[in-house]
Design a protein around this ligand. Sequence first.
Ligand code: SME
Length: 160
Amino acid sequence: MSQSLHLDKSLGKEEKYLQILPQLKALVQGEEDRIANLANTCAFLKEAFNWWWVGFYLVKNNELVLGPFQGPVACTRIAFGKGVCGSAWEAKKTIIVPNVHEFPGHIACSSASLSEIVLPMFDAKQEIIAVLDIDSEYLNHFDEMDARYLNEVLNLLMIR
Ligand code: SME
């Protein structure tokens, strides 16, 4: 599979998701190593949307541990139920935070981050194996459309 990806940065958000999904599918289908696929997914999303921080926290020994990411240095460990990531893991649900300052217990890895979305990633047994955390330096940056398409991204990754 060619590593060159086609990104038209002038597109609107939904069109961008529609443009990247088939390319991401082709990219991850050609590789069976999950960490490699998570890493390329972060790179692709960061390049397409220019979000502040895009990364995975992996469930290890009952806590979340920093995995592949793109963006500034981040906190390495997050406990179950803590912060937005730990809360999404506990609730087994996507959490959209329009303003992190209004989310009790938010973990501020970077003071530049103002809004975020966190999606749990399930394995075939419906166990959560990771969360996808995306942060923006703008308020109110994520919505249900992001939740829907990012969930499709995670479904693609579960092919491997
Ligand atoms: N904001 C997250 C912590 C991780 S960093 O933003 C990369 C949280 O509260 O879970």
